[in-house]
Design a protein around this ligand. Structure first.
Ligand SMILES: [Zn+2]
Length: 278
């Protein structure tokens, strides 16, 4: 009886620690997420810390263990990589493997050549925005309630596969570092998870865009919006409407482009959705 009570009580004590325990699916490939175990999650002990290079890494508990949740950039070299960790003031290194992955290629012809061959003014604007976005992607704000169990940000079919290597009018461009949700203009877009609005802007390529910071280097980006209904610094709940979809910026038709950024890496958003999401 006492043993049973102890078991139950321990379960109750342990619950808050696992309140947001919903790890993304592991996929050890460029553009994927590696889950690197960091040992037992002991109540009241300081969580371990982890870094990939100089970039801090999200550490979260699941089923009594700590995991480093590592975003793997699309241009990461396959092979062994090393995490630096700090547990109870002791530093260590842990190796993990990244397997190769070849993403499909797609050729697209754009009639509006102005969006392929940029004028000097547009090019200067786009380059400035790329630098701004790069900084936003590396944003790091510690948070106690990072929740990586995402919901799909608009009701629609998922299209525009992640990692697709696109060639516009014969010129190779950056790979498709997100997924598209096929929706009409004016469809409500909601926050994939709780967090804070990191930035809102109207970009040359991405159009009207919202960045949400979910804490510990986990960020989501919503592009080509018709309307933005939140302001930078505002807290958001999971599922809260944040704007309307559209086709602003470089978009061949109305859709929502949705990206997930983890420790500065653009990773496959599907890994954060319930398995089997269509
Ligand atoms: Zn897209």
């Amino acid at each position: 009886m006492i043993r049973q009570c102890l078991k139950t009580c321990l379960l109750f004590i342990a619950l808050p620690l696992f309140a947001h325990a919903a790890l993304p699916q592991a996929s050890n490939v460029p553009g994927g997420v590696a889950l690197v175990p960091l040992g037992a999650a002991v109540k009241n002990a300081q969580p371990p810390q982890a870094w990939l290079g100089d970039q801090p890494i999200l550490v979260t508990p699941d089923k009594g263990k700590w995991f480093a949740v590592v975003g793997l950039p699309l241009d990461m070299k396959p092979g062994m990589h090393t995490l630096r960790t700090m547990t109870n003031a002791e530093s260590a290194t842990i190796a993990f493997k990244v397997k190769p992955k070849k993403y499909p290629e797609q050729h697209i012809t754009l009639k509006d050549k102005g969006k392929v061959q940029l004028s000097p003014e547009d090019e200067a604007r786009a380059l400035g925005e790329i630098a701004t976005i790069k900084q936003l992607k590396l944003h790091w704000q510690p948070a106690a309630d990072t929740d990586p169990a995402f919901i799909i940000p608009a009701k629609g079919r998922l299209s525009g596969r992640f990692g697709l290597r696109r060639v516009f009018n014969g010129e190779p461009r950056a790979p498709h570092a997100g997924i598209d949700v096929a929706v009409r203009s004016g469809t409500t877009v909601v926050a994939s998870s709780q967090g804070k609005v990191l930035a809102v802007d109207d970009y040359f390529f991405n159009g009207k865009t919202i960045f949400l910071d979910h804490g510990n280097g986990l960020i989501t980006m919503y592009c080509h919006l018709d309307r933005i209904d939140v302001a930078a610094g505002e807290p958001v709940r999971k599922g809260q409407p944040i704007g309307l979809s559209g086709q602003t910026g470089r978009a061949t038709g109305p859709h929502l482009h949705w990206s997930v950024i983890l420790n500065g890496a653009m990773v496959n958003p599907r890994l954060f959705l319930p398995r089997g999401t269509k």
